[in-house]
Design a protein around this ligand. Structure first.
Ligand code: UD1
Length: 430
């Protein structure tokens, strides 16, 4: 599938942000750790979430969608701790089922995760954590197997700050015997959200949001109703869209505190950013100023916002430097951006971006989720028509992306065949 678009319209208006995908993935795994019913609200309707729900259903749990954003899960009837369907390999967060099954059933067997191709993504820290809880871990035939006769609290010092490992260890340790300490833990808002959700099920987790998390294991978790926090990256993407298209966008249903790294970078670049209780407005009246951006674990600038901010900087008045310090392979989209006229040079994990006055429409392909979204926004700023291929990546993490962009004034359509592309191009030009 592709997006066909005609650029040039400043994006103006309001957009309502959905629940955080990366929190939801951990929360859905947590939901299977009780035999009681769990209701999860503000669930984003995106592909990664729907794939995980499918895997949970296949393991034998009852999964009922109450409405587009609410799901009811009862895991009493889970019959299999083996997760190996062809879809699950495509999503990174399948690994959360390891922590959840290990905690509840003391055994888990899950296909090695896939996910976005943004660099080598080992899971050694997850496994190190499980071993610290007394589990044995074996990776063979494409599966990760973890098992523990007695799962007991342990002391884990993460060698790298990892969101996934922090959440996974938290899941398993919630139902281990005794106390666990995770040091050098990730502090991302979604780590805190998963901890809050587990606590609402009767877990005893303290310190989430700091770099030391303490967990007192409990024998049983109970049902809950829980509403997921807003998606920091979806919000940040539309904020960047205002900067890229010289627009005026208010993102609603957000937690402004979670957006501070993004807001302050946009202000440095010359945007006006106003914060309200649960909204942030970004107005970009002039050409952006160049700056330096370095991705870091929270509260630093998020790696998942690196391509979007880089696209804004590629139109700025001067030279910017973007340093990617989390994933080594996250500049693959730069070649595509260059086809729209951007002037970029990548060396290792550093991109030097000489701002240009304008982009021109081109046919490009989305290499991953966030870079895909960034290329669409580049197309919306470019003169003439652009086509972004492989938008399935984008659908993994953005609900109704083209619909929300259209509401903001974008001229964009989804096309599945070459004929559709030609038809839309003609209608856009005409
Ligand atoms: C999560 C997010 C992803 C985001 C990333 C960083 C989900 C589903 N995905 O990914 O969108 O870009 O956080 O904010 O929530 N590492 C190891 N060993 C491990 C685990 C990680 O060396 O066992 C390294 C990674 O290669 C990477 C760094 O640690 O360099 C951070 O990765 P991590 O925070 O684990 O990212 P994910 O949880 O995979």
């Amino acid at each position: 599938m592709r997006y066909v678009m005609k650029g040039g319209n400043p994006l103006v208006g309001e957009v309502v942000i959905g629940g955080a995908k990366n929190a939801a993935l951990g929360i859905l795994a947590a939901a299977i750790m009780t035999d009681e019913t769990v209701v999860i609200e503000n669930l984003p309707d995106v592909r990664d979430i729907n794939v995980l729900l499918e895997a949970i259903r296949e393991s034998g749990a009852v999964v009922e969608r109450l409405d587009r954003h609410t799901v009811k899960i009862n895991a009493q009837s889970i019959g299999s701790i083996t997760v190996n369907n062809e879809f699950i390999k495509r999503i990174r967060a399948s690994y959360y089922l390891l922590g959840a099954f290990l905690g509840k059933y003391r055994r888990a067997s899950v296909a090695l995760p896939g996910g976005c191709n943004i660099g080598s993504r080992p899971i050694d820290q997850h496994l190190k954590g499980f071993r610290a809880l007394g589990a044995t871990t074996v990776v063979e035939y494409g599966m990760v197997n973890a098992e523990a006769n007695r799962l007991r609290g342990g002391h884990v010092y993460l060698d790298v700050v990892s969101v996934g490992a922090t959440i996974n260890i938290m899941l398993a340790a919630s139902m281990a015997e005794g106390n666990t300490i995770i040091e050098n833990a990730a502090k991302e808002p979604h780590v805190v959200d998963v901890a809050n959700m587990l606590n609402s099920m009767g877990a005893n987790i303290k310190g989430a949001g700091t770099d030391v998390i303490r967990i007192s294991g409990v024998r049983k978790l109970h049902g809950t109703e829980y509403s997921i926090i807003p998606d920091q990256i979806e919000a940040g993407t539309y904020m960047a869209a205002a900067a890229i298209t010289k627009g005026d966008i208010t993102v609603r249903n957000v937690i402004p505190k979670h957006l501070e790294a993004i807001s302050s970078k946009l202000m440095e670049m010359g945007c006006e950013v106003s914060e309200f209780d649960d909204a942030v407005r970004v107005v970009a009246k002039h050409r952006m100023q160049p700056t330096k951006v370095k991705t870091l674990p929270y509260p630093g600038f998020p790696t998942d916002m690196q391509p979007q901010i880089a696209v804004a900087l590629a139109l700025a008045e001067g030279t910017s430097i973007v340093t990617e310090s989390i994933f080594e392979n996250r500049f693959k989209y730069m070649d595509e951006l260059a086809r729209m006229g951007a002037n970029v040079k990548v060396e290792g994990n550093i991109a030097v971006i000489d701002g240009v006055k304008r982009f021109t429409g081109a046919e490009v392909a989305a290499p991953d989720l966030r870079a895909g979204a960034a290329l669409v926004m580049a197309g919306l700023a470019a003169e003439g028509c652009s086509v972004v291929e492989d938008v399935e990546y984008i659908m993994r993490g953005y609900e109704d992306f083209e619909g929300k962009l259209r509401e903001l004034g974008a001229e964009i359509n989804l096309a599945s065949t070459d004929k559709d592309v030609q038809k839309y191009k003609l209608s856009l030009i005409g």
